[in-house]
Structures are given as C-alpha cells and as structure tokens.
Design a binder for this molecule. Sequence first.
Ligand SMILES: [Zn+2]
Length: 217
Amino acid sequence: MWAAGARRPGLVLAALAALGLALEALVARRRRPVREVLFFPSRPSCTEALLAEAASPDDTPGPCPCPLPHGDCAFSRLLRHLLSARRSLELCLFAFSSPQLGRAVCLLHHRGVRVRVVTDAQYMALKGSQIGLLRHAGIQVRHDQESGFMHHKFAIVDRKMLITGSLNWTTEAIQNNRENILIMEDAEYVQPFLEEFERIWEIYDPLKYMFFSKENQ
Ligand SMILES: [Zn+2]
C-alpha cells in the first residue's frame, strides 16, 4: 500500500486532506464541556418561563405579567443546567427548601428523568423542606442516620455534569447569602462524585436503618 502511495503521491495527499476535513467536522460538532462558576446571592427573579418551557417544550409561553425581573441571573443559570437533565439526576443536599428548585426536580421526575435524592435527616424535617413533596411525587429519597450532618451540596446531571459548591437549595441562601457554585463536565471530577453518591446511597439504604442502638436490643 505504501508502495502504491509512493507511486501516486497526489492520491495520498487528497486522502489525507479528506481525512483532515472529516476530523475537523467531528471536533467542531463536539460541544465544549460546560465550565461555569456562579456566585450568589442572586436577585429575586421570575423562573416561570424556564419551568413552563421545560414542562411543555412545544408551547411558547407569552410574556409573563409578574413584576419580577425576567433576565439571566445566577439562579436562572443554575435552573437551566438542572433542567437540561434527560436521563438522570443525583442530588446530595443538606438543605432543600427552595420551592422553585422543588418544582424543577418534580418536573424532571414527571418527564421520566431518574431522580435520586440524598439528604440530611435533621434538616429534612424542618418547615419548608421540599423533601416531603418530592417523596409524595414518587421520587426516591434517602437520608443519613448519623450524628454528623449530611452536609454535601452537589448535583450530577445525566452522569456527566457536576454542580457543586457552598449553596444550600434554600431561597434564603439563593437570595441572601454569599455562595459559590462550580458547574463542570470534566469526567475526572464528575466520576469521584458519582462514586461517592453511589456509596452514600448504599449506606443510607433504609434496610440498614437502625432506630435503636445495639445496646437496647
Ligand atoms: Zn414572571
């Protein structure tokens, strides 16, 4: 083959050029991995359009008449990334009481996304927690039974996008606290978080819950 190529260098060059073009097209089609940093507080904003669009992508909602701002902000960007889930969503959250994020997660569940939630037993019982609503919607939730807090705040979208940082999923934190979130699609960081989620998920299996200490049995 090399001998044939040597005899017809024009043909080899043409083949190489075609290969180069094909590779270029392939690289161009591959989306750049998401790498984004968000800082909070995020000003109060209307998320109706985002949620409505996620609920029924074929309908174009009219302009919203509410008095809240409707532009882009840290919170709307977080919501948009979450709503991009198509297959799975893992949530590992100390506090989850934001009604907007609760709606988004229920919506994904109804859309057929496999949602799993790990949370803190003490915090989930507090007023305003979304955990009861999520369970009511049929979403699997597991919690710790440890004296320490389940203090993580991370989410994994479609097993390829990691959302992690200081932000608890509460309106208070979103609108009033200084917080940070890192959103990335780098497999080397997503993978350990996925593994840790699976590990915690197994540890918090309800079959392993112990409601009495061993000494009392
Ligand atoms: Zn509005």
